[in-house]
Design a protein around this ligand. Structure first.
Ligand code: NDP
Length: 285
């Protein structure tokens, strides 16, 4: 007897502009292949004025979900049905799940970071310092505070942006909060357990740049993390390692947010090692 034919792939992808250089497709499709899934991930260059049509199109075509990257992470909220709790607090969505026609917005940036952090330390009761106050900082600060961090200190040049992240964390979590204006080399407070670079400093091609901190104030054993995925081994992490810190790279965060997305879309567990290997090959090339 002939086998039942099924040529309908599970469809996922990314809506952003520009999107051509976004490598998430490489790691997600590597994961799908390793899982033996007939699933695709397609980068779509979507202009801001077309975002509503793109989301309606994805719904009409039965897409299982999609990532949203810049500039759509906030605007997409107008076109979906529901927000998951941390996406609601962060006020941004980078992953949409189509649950039987109902589009649910998640934020997997912070969750990806948290999964990486938990491989090294449980943030519960820890004192956390976050450099920067943009989208990555909001996601990382909110998710780490929801995981039970004792305190979150935001260090940023622009005081209004820094205070906005502090207010967000204070209003929605039990963590103590503090804003510190970033002037000169920031000395890390001695009771800091986890220090995170959530600025864009160090991203390719600015690979020799590193955040202005007093590296002598980094204690041995402190956990120091970077959100920068490319290059994975940033000048910031190298300097922290030289002080005896335990470090976490931004590639791990990127892989883990992909793991969370695939889990939400397929209900299955992808192989993080396959995904990291695929991305490392891209960045090495
Ligand atoms: P934003 O542009 O929203 O924020 C950038 C932040 O960096 C701001 O707080 C800005 O400070 C600060 N900053 C930039 N340059 C300097 C400088 N020279 N000195 C001090 N502060 C500086 O960016 P995002 O938050 O969206 O992204 C930040 C980085 O996070 C990106 O490089 C991105 O690659 C990475 N990222 C990584 C992810 C991963 O999975 N690994 C996921 C998401 C993002 P100010 O407010 O004072 O201007």
């Amino acid at each position: 007897m002939a086998a039942k034919l099924d040529f309908l792939s599970l469809l996922t992808g990314c809506f952003a502009t520009p999107v051509a250089e976004n490598p998430t497709v490489v790691m997600v499709e590597a994961a799908y292949r390793a899982m033996g899934l007939d699933a695709r991930y397609i980068n779509c260059d979507v202009a801001p004025a077309d975002l509503g049509d793109a989301v309606r199109g994805a719904r009409a075509m039965g897409w299982r979900g999609f990532n949203c990257s810049l500039p759509h992470k906030v605007a997409v909220i107008d076109f979906i049905d529901e927000l998951a709790p941390s996406a609601e607090i962060i006020g941004a969505v980078n992953c949409v799940i189509n649950d039987d026609g109902r589009l649910i917005g998640e934020n997997t940036d912070g969750k990806g970071f948290l999964a990486s952090l938990r491989e090294v330390v449980d943030p519960k009761g820890k004192h956390v310092v976050v450099l920067g106050a943009g989208g990555a900082s909001r996601a990382v600060a909110v998710e780490t505070a929801l995981a039970g961090a004792a305190s979150i200190t935001i260090v940023n040049r622009d005081a209004a942006r820094g205070k906005a992240v502090v207010q967000l964390v204070a209003a929605n979590t039990a963590a103590d909060t503090l804003f510190v204006p970033w002037t000169g080399d920031y000395a890390i407070p001695p009771d800091t357990d986890v220090l995170i670079n959530a600025t864009s400093i160090g991203l390719f091609p600015g690979v020799d740049d590193r955040p202005a901190v007093d590296f002598a104030s980094i204690r041995p054993g402190m956990v120091v993390a970077d959100v920068i995925p490319n290059p994975p081994h940033t000048a910031f992490l190298k300097a922290a390692e030289a002080r005896g810190a335990r470090t976490l790279d931004g590639l791990g965060m990127l892989v883990n947010q992909g793991v969370v997305g695939i889990r939400l879309w397929t209900g299955r567990e992808p192989d993080a090692k396959v995904m990291r290997g695929a991305l490392e090959a891209v960045f090495a090339g």
